[in-house]
Design a protein around this ligand. Structure first.
Ligand code: CA
Ligand code: CA
Length: 221
């Protein structure tokens, strides 16, 4: 049975059979906004939703060590905040991002994740001791307006889900009104073992740089 994560929950990466979860996917599934309207309400239009799943790595002292976020973010914009250009692989190649989805599901929930980060904990640079996963919305809408958005950890590949280990529902809840960023959780090393902490804090950040700054200042230290 998959664990339904709750805000503040900490879990061991141990499977039911007692073995450790070391290679897995962190995926985010979400839908575009479908609006009814037009003549007698018969017209239907779809508004794309561009969520971005990203991660930031920190060393044991809370200093930034590496990052994964979309290469589509403009370099000049990132540079204004002192952030390096986006990339889809961590420097140690332990984590890989499937690519930036700009639209969300167009015809209802397809059950597949729109952006996925694959993780191999055995390959993570020994200097890295915390890996934060977070979501930003690049559009004008907030999380409460998005029909569904969920994040899950599972074994398998980006195109085939073998077994879901843990999941977390994000959107379509009044508590997310005005919220455009979500710090989902972190993998962290404790006495040589990796664990996961579900953070689940939402913020009205205007862009990814504000969220990264927030993580570096308030969460990684
Ligand atoms: Ca995206
Ligand atoms: Ca999907």
């Amino acid at each position: 049975m998959a664990i339904r994560l709750e805000k503040g929950q900490r879990i061991n990466l141990e499977k039911n059979n007692g073995s450790k979860l070391t290679e897995f996917c962190v995926g985010c599934n979400w839908g575009a906004i479908v609006k009814s309207g037009g003549f007698l309400g018969l017209g239907k239009s779809t508004q794309d939703v561009d969520l971005d799943l990203s991660c930031m790595m920190f060393d044991a002292n809370g200093n930034p060590a590496d990052h994964i976020y979309s290469p589509l973010y403009k370099r000049e914009f990132l540079a204004r905040y002192g952030m390096p250009p986006g990339k889809t692989d961590s420097n140690d190649f332990a984590l890989h991002h499937s690519g930036d989805d700009l639209k969300g599901d167009q015809d209802g929930d397809d059950g597949l994740d729109n952006e996925i980060i694959t993780v191999d904990l055995n390959r993570v640079n020994p200097e890295v001791s915390q890996i934060f996963f977070f979501l930003n919305n690049c559009g004008d809408e907030d999380f409460s307006q998005i029909p569904y958005a969920s994040i899950r950890m599972y074994e398998g590949t980006p195109t085939r889900v073998k077994e879901v280990f843990a999941s977390y529902d994000v959107a379509a809840s009044p508590q997310y009104k005005g919220m455009t960023a979500l710090i989902m959780g972190k993998l962290y090393r404790r006495n040589g073992e990796w664990k996961f902490s579900a953070i689940g804090d939402a913020f009205p950040d205007h862009n990814i740089c504000e969220t990264i700054r927030r993580i570096a200042t308030n969460y990684a230290k």
